[in-house]
Design a protein around this ligand. Structure first.
Ligand code: TXA
Ligand code: MG
Length: 412
């Protein structure tokens, strides 16, 4: 009957309704899934609610937040100043102009909903709480591909300001469990939508300047943006450590970048012209170079070229057995292998060995990267050797950007 089907609808929608209600009536943010990473959302029009985000994350409030909308009319309501819309009904016979800047139209058509954030002028007065923009004249906005995210925004009937739902400095969360690990006790509600399909954050672009620029590489690649009319000349306006630091000397250990960082020390091996050495023979050296007296657990993240266990002697690297205890990681799509690193005579255990193979498909690497870093932390890795990917104009740029920020040591 029709009444039972509407009860079913209620069952499916009730967590969403509860989350929307929470967003409207409290100042405690709600964590929700998007196709990139989990966001920590609050009504972007209410200052008290937006302040709740900074409090829960422990994030400095000078870092602006991305505003998430469910449709274009919600976006237009944020950028059309009240005065201009009233004058258009009067003597001005001109066709009503779309308040969304022309340059963004082809990008929006092609990539929204999806992992792309655009910068827009913030009108004065603005509907957005000042805490969203951190004093900037612009705000970042995106329409997420996740239907769950868009439904939540629609039900809350408000644009949602949302940074990634990790504790400040930690890798971004790509599963509900990651949010719980970081923010338990600080928030009251997490909408669980499973693992995030993209796994790295949105690409942030600024089309208000000429030439337009990419401020952060992400889920939409440079290659894809460049193929859109008006964006052929787009430039990179972000700096990677590979470009900042010396090309010849490894970056000094101890220069810790507080970003995307697990507790373990991350050593990243760049891939340049097919180089990128396997930390096999030189692993002892590498372990010494990270400056820890005692390394009890060594972890390796492979992305396609390093041989299994990077040439380390190992035992118990049984995928099936490891898969058994990797639990919710099955959804992210990798297994954690555990073994032992033995000395040359196969007698002494030098360290415990953990290994994750993310495979050579860069989209899969992006999908599993943050989860892999978190999982190795959870298992007590002291140092994580990561095999870099070729930094092209595809999603690899986003992967390498995050890894360079997470790494305390980069080897070229
Ligand atoms: O995929 C994503 O973008 C995720 C999900 C939750 O949507 N969100 C996210 O937010 O990554 P967050 O706060 O961790 O990163 C926001 C990025 C920062 O790099 C920030 O500096 C930039 O966007 N941003 C936001 N508003 C800006 C503005 N007005 N001007 C320049 N950069 C801005
Ligand atoms: Mg973030």
């Amino acid at each position: 009957s029709s009444s039972s089907s509407s009860e079913n609808d209620n069952d499916i929608l009730s967590p969403l309704r509860e989350a929307a209600h929470h967003l409207r009536t409290t100042d405690i943010p709600v964590a929700f899934p998007t196709e990139t990473v989990y966001g920590l959302g609050a009504d972007a029009t209410r200052s008290a609610a937006v302040k709740g985000i900074y409090a829960a994350k422990g994030r400095p409030s000078d870092n602006p937040l991305i505003v998430h909308v469910c449709d274009l009319s919600m976006l237009r309501s944020l950028i059309s100043s009240p005065s201009s819309s009233s004058s258009s009904s009067g003597q001005n016979q001109e066709e009503e102009k779309d308040p969304i800047p022309e340059i963004y139209h082809p990008l929006i058509t092609r990539f929204w909903p999806g992992p792309l954030t655009i910068l827009l002028p913030n009108p004065s007065p603005s509907l957005l709480a000042p805490e969203v923009t951190a004093g900037l004249p612009t705000f970042g906005c995106r329409m997420p591909a996740s239907a769950l995210a868009r439904s939540l925004i629609k039900l809350a009937n408000a644009p949602l300001a949302a940074p990634s739902a990790n504790a400040s400095t930690k890798p971004s969360p790509t599963a509900a469990q990651h949010v719980l690990d970081d923010l338990a006790g600080r928030i009251e509600l997490i909408l669980d939508g499973g693992s995030c399909s993209v796994g790295v954050e949105s690409t942030v672009v600024d089309g208000l300047c000429s030439p337009p620029v990419v401020l952060r590489p992400g889920g939409v690649s440079l290659e894809e943006i460049r193929s859109v009319p008006g964006w052929e000349g787009v430039e990179k306006a972000y700096k990677d450590q590979a470009e900042v630091g010396s090309k010849t000397a490894p970056r000094a250990p101890g220069m810790k970048y507080k970003h995307y960082s697990p507790k373990a020390r991350v050593v990243l091996y760049e891939v340049e012209g097919g180089r990128g050495e396997v930390p096999g023979a030189d692993v002892r050296e590498a372990v010494e170079a990270v400056g820890k007296k005692e390394v009890k657990s060594v972890a390796v993240i492979r992305t396609g070229r390093w041989p299994v266990a990077g040439g380390l002697r190992s035992q118990g690297l049984d995928g099936a057995a490891a898969a058994k205890d990797s639990g919710d990681m099955a959804e992210i799509g990798f297994v954690v292998r555990e073994g032992q690193w033995l000395d040359e005579d196969d007698t002494t255990v030098l360290a415990r060995l953990l290994e994750i193979d993310l495979g050579d498909d860069v989209k899969r690497v992006a999908h599993g990267l943050f989860a892999a870093l978190r999982e190795l932390d959870r298992r007590g890795a002291d140092v994580i050797f990561v095999e870099g990917v070729s930094d092209g104009d595809d999603i690899a740029a986003a992967v390498m950007n995050r890894l360079r920020k997470a790494a305390s040591d980069i080897r070229i």
